[in-house]
Design a protein around this ligand. Sequence first.
Ligand code: PLP
Length: 384
Amino acid sequence: MKWKVTLSDLNFDHRERKIVSQVIRNRWLTMGEMVKKLERNFANFLRVKHAFGVSSGTAALHLALRALDIKPDDEVLVPSLSFVASSNAILYAGAKPIFVDITSLSDLNLSCDDLEKKITRRTKAIMVVHYGGYLADMDRIKKIAKKHNLFVIEDAAHAIGARFKSKMAGGIGHIGCFSFFSNKNMATGEGGMVVTNHDKFAEKMRLLRSHGMTSMTWDRHKGHAYSYDVTELGYNYRMTELNAALGIEQLKKLRSSNRTRRSLTNAYAKNLTGTKGLSIPFLDYPRDSASHLFSILLDKNVDREKFMGFLKREGIQTSIHYPPIHEFSYYRKNLRTNRNRLPLTEHVGRHEVTLPLHPLLKKEDVLFVCDRIKRVIPRATTPP
Ligand SMILES: Cc1ncc(COP(=O)(O)O)c(C=O)c1O
């Protein structure tokens, strides 16, 4: 399919090509100088003490849960309106995801009221997802966590660069997790980062990232170590030098590409506000955003499949964020619980459409998409 306007795109140029060639010339492909440099730069950018490059955002989430010693029978609160990786990581740790509804149709982040209702004596942690890059209400979430003695993990996969007072998304809770998957605000293909200000969790994640080994091949190559012990059952969640090199250049571009995303978001909002048949979440949102996604909600009488099909014929790529996790067959079959009443999440799951948004998109593209939406929406609407 040849799209006129793609959902996302890679903001790559000669700088990414140059640094990747540098890795090839360095003749060292994993967990070397590039990974160390990206970790340092990322920790500085986020103003956190520790940052570890990992093979994916999912690996980051799993490491966070293991570092916090989340065990079988523990419960972790998580929104169902997220990518399935958020709750899969909880299952990898052997724990039970308890799904929390969203706040409203204008704030798609988790509802603090529903969160509080779902806390039991088994609850050990809250996994916050900053949906679409929009910060969840971290003040209130932190208060709830403190009151009930819970850990806070931030799934900040969408929120690289979003600010919270003097802190950044991912640096607010006990541990923050990032994804550098191809469609993210910082893209390295696969890859991610896990960050924390707590030395104890940092040490555990450093070990678990590479099989619980006390020294790395790089240390041995550099003559710092001859052998190693294995002190934990860890994983191969290591980051490659190629991914880290791309990350170094992508991080340099992040501020400016997030600014572009914000300005395109404003252009969409300005042009679509008041359009019959749809509403726009996060308008006048009181907190900051990394503007990762631009979502709209179609009215109940607009047929989403038809609407997306009409846009596809115009060469406009759209997507859905998200089919709710608790409605997936695997989750229905294996995680039956009467606490899964999530009416707002289910509504969004049926009516949300994500429009193209990336730093290479032009204002004219946004105007084109808005124009076509206004043309096709009446054709996808059944009169009441
Ligand atoms: C909200 C959220 N959490 C976690 C992940 C997992 O990241 P990765 O694909 O890098 O494993 C993603 C990635 O798509 C995501 O969108």
